[in-house]
Design a protein. Structure first.
Length: 313
């Protein structure tokens, strides 16, 4: 499933849609939103439209209104062309949330339908990000990796420039980074080492770990799926993500959340304390359960930012 750039296919996605996505990835290298010769919407029309239409025909009526264009004789790609890619993603998310709020009973069919909708959202987001294989960027190498910063959800400097949002450095001896954002670039414009880069580099393994856990939990929201190896840590991540509106497609937001967890030192021990507090344990009981001092529990709870507290409701 992994190509140079991936489209996440959700576990449980309809098999015909998943297969169409694999074929789409096999052919999409020259396609992009910017290309006139290879417009990516044309590839969506060729490979995705027929499959989405066939899939929609197999669904009960209560599902029909939650797939853009289903039952209206307007193709999936035509909706993209009509409203634009950014608006298409918003529309898809609104329809998905409406289904979850009004119809979702967590049956096998419902889970398959939700996974398929999430996969189609991933498709449109990938189309939005897709750049031509080569691109003239005022002398810059357009084949260098362009995407998110290695340490957070911000766009790397080269990616911003490729999208027309970044600016060239005044010092032409400095090169735009293809791995780091402005905040996390290794050196500052005056040539000194960047403290933010050094801090992020020291914690890169923890950042990757937290991001993987959050992504796994977003993929299947109905039960703990972080796979941390600790039941309490999994329970914390599960409960915390239930209070968020993030989906697997929200890649930037998930990366920023992982960065915040690392920077705010939301360790696994603190996750354990928070979830036990949610379960109704007092500080003495938490200390006994975790075999630590009560003062350590009290100190940890005082130091955890409000944004990571679990609701007691």
């Amino acid at each position: 499933m992994k190509k140079q750039m991936t489209i996440a296919i959700w576990e449980g996605c309809d098999a015909s849609v998943a297969e169409a996505l694999h074929r789409f990835l096999d052919r999409w290298e020259p396609y992009s939103t910017a290309s006139k010769r290879y417009p990516i919407v044309r590839l969506v029309e060729e490979l995705i439209d027929p499959v989405v239409a066939s899939y929609a025909e197999t669904l009960p009526s209560r599902y029909q209104g939650h797939i853009p264009g289903a039952g209206t004789n307007v193709a999936f790609s035509a909706i993209i062309q009509l409203v634009g890619i950014a608006a298409m993603v918003r529309l898809q998310r609104q329809l998905l949330r409406a289904f979850v709020l009004t119809h979702d009973k967590q049956s096998g069919d419902d889970r398959c339908f939700i996974a398929t909708l999430e996969t189609l959202i991933e498709l449109v987001l990938a189309c939005k990000r897709k750049q031509p294989y080569t691109k003239d960027m005022d002398g810059l190498n357009g084949q260098r990796l362009k995407g998110f910063c290695r340490f957070c959800g911000a766009r790397a400097e080269l990616a911003l420039f490729a999208e027309g949002e970044g600016q060239r450095d005044l010092d032409e001896h400095l090169r735009l980074s293809n791995l780091y954002c402005t905040t996390h670039r290794p050196k500052t414009p005056d040539g000194r080492w960047n403290p933010a880069y050094r801090q992020a580099m020291r914690s890169v393994a923890q950042f990757d770990l937290e991001l993987a856990r959050l992504s796994r939990q977003c993929a299947i929201r109905a039960e703990p799926k972080a796979k941390s190896g600790d039941e309490l840590v999994d329970a914390y991540i599960f409960r915390y993500m239930l209070s968020q509106t993030l989906h697997l497609a929200d890649e930037a937001e998930l990366r920023n959340l992982a960065r915040l967890m690392v920077d705010m030192k939301l360790t696994d021990r603190r996750k354990q304390i928070l979830v036990l507090q949610k379960y109704g344990f007092n500080q003495s009981e938490i200390a006994r359960r975790l075999e630590i001092e009560r003062q350590a529990v009290s100190k940890a709870l005082r130091s955890i930012p409000d944004c990571f507290q679990l609701s007691t409701a």
